[in-house]
Write a protein that binds this ligand. Structure first.
Ligand code: FES
Ligand SMILES: [Fe+2]
Length: 381
């Protein structure tokens, strides 16, 4: 990198802006379905409010309501499931999955206005989603089904949950276009990197190898392994990442979910998990171990991200080079989820493609890795 005399003396100022008070419109994954199928109510802090999730004993459906009872504010998540309703612990008012008060055992009649907010849900891929829209419109998009999930050929979900405080969830979405951080933060070595945005979907294509100078225990312990990844956000918060890893001569297919839901303007719950296509030569147990090992690597990756997020500034005007991915374009795409549906512009949804020319980065990183390996060898002699 050279400094030329066209450089100005002016100091670049970070524009931090403010985390939006509004939460994104879209489907948000709350976790694995089976978490909510234990007959108990669950409290979820999301979208600046409290929700209760419970399973109807009558039809098995999973329901999401505002957590606080419209009678006197009791916390429904501390109540119990009775039939198709959740019963408040305070005075036993019953609320069904549609948000209707379905009974008040001690009262002659249920007030006709006894209706609380019921959230639209979706059960897909063994996971529970809620639709969040500040305007109250019904869902206008879908979450795709993951082919293979639920069949005998794939393992079941591993699943991890982590609360991230002090950051807006835009930080995690920025990762999708941030080629260079994969080398520096995640010890991967990106060699091909491309983004495509269209409609409500933002995709990242990446081919990478592990950094041979840093052993992370990922990529199944083969320093010469290759990883190809096609990762798409379907809406603001749910990413399906299809990975093909070739290590030790074995090809392993993994589907990684990377999802989050906002808790407040400056905190969110990160959830991720994976399924692995079973290798026929391995037992179910060994296949599950393989999935666990893969997710250990992913966990490490998120811990590395969180460490950066916790200590960084919000920045609305990042200063970029040609080797950085399309941060501004992706933020424009992301903006569609934070404005009223009538205000979504073409600019936010029209197809946009950008491939980072990685030539220069790969050259410099290869040199850096070689240098580190040489140093390591010298230390060992
Ligand atoms: S506050 Fe819920 S029943 Fe009274
Ligand atoms: Fe990252």
């Amino acid at each position: 990198m050279t400094v030329t005399d066209t450089d100005t003396e002016e100091v670049r100022i970070i524009e931090s802006g403010k985390n939006p008070e509004r939460f994104a419109r879209g489907w948000h994954c709350l976790g694995l379905l089976k978490t909510f199928q234990d007959g108990k109510p669950h409290q979820i802090e999301a979208f600046g409010t409290s929700l209760v999730v419970f399973q109807s004993e009558t039809d098995g459906s999973i329901n999401v309501l505002d957590a606080y009872c419209r009678h006197m504010g009791g916390n429904l998540a501390h109540g119990s499931v009775k039939g198709d309703s959740i019963a408040c612990p305070f005075h036993d008012w019953r609320w069904n999955g549609k948000g209707r008060c379905s009974g008040i055992p001690y009262a002659r009649r249920v007030p006709p206005v006894a209706k609380t907010r019921a959230w639209t849900t979706l059960e897909r891929n063994g996971q529970l989603f809620v639709w969040h829209d500040p305007q109250g419109n019904p869902p206008n998009v879908d979450i795709p089904e993951i082919e293979g999930y639920g069949t005998d050929e794939w393992t079941d979900w591993t699943w991890n949950v982590q609360l991230v405080t002090g950051s807006h969830c835009r930080e995690i979405v920025d990762n999708n276009v941030d080629m260079a951080h994969f080398f520096y933060v995640h010890y991967a070595f990106p060699r091909f990197f491309k983004n495509v945005f269209e409609g409500h979907v933002a995709t990242q294509f990446m081919n990478s190898t592990p950094r041979q100078d840093i052993v992370t225990g990922t990529s199944y312990d083969d320093p010469n392994s290759t990883l190809s990844s096609e990762a798409s956000y379907f809406g603001p918060s749910y990413m399906i990442d299809k990975l093909v890893n070739v290590a030790n001569g074995v090809t392993v297919e993994t589907i990684l979910i990377n999802s989050h839901y906002p808790v407040s303007p400056d905190s969110f719950v990160l959830q991720y998990g994976a399924i692995v296509k079973k290798l026929p030569d391995l037992s179910d147990e060994e296949n599950a171990q393989m999935a666990d090992k893969f997710v250990d690597g992913v966990t490490l990756g998120f811990e590395q991200d969180v460490e950066i997020w916790k200590n960084k500034a919000r920045i609305d005007n990042p200063l970029l080079t040609e080797e950085d991915g399309p941060v501004y374009q992706q933020r424009r795409w992301y903006e569609q989820f934070y404005v009223d549906i009538e205000d979504v512009t073409d600019d936010m949804t029209k197809r946009f493609e950008f491939e980072v020319d990685t030539t220069r980065a790969v050259q410099s990183w290869e040199a850096e890795v070689a240098e580190n390996l040489k140093l390591k060898q010298a230390q060992q002699v």
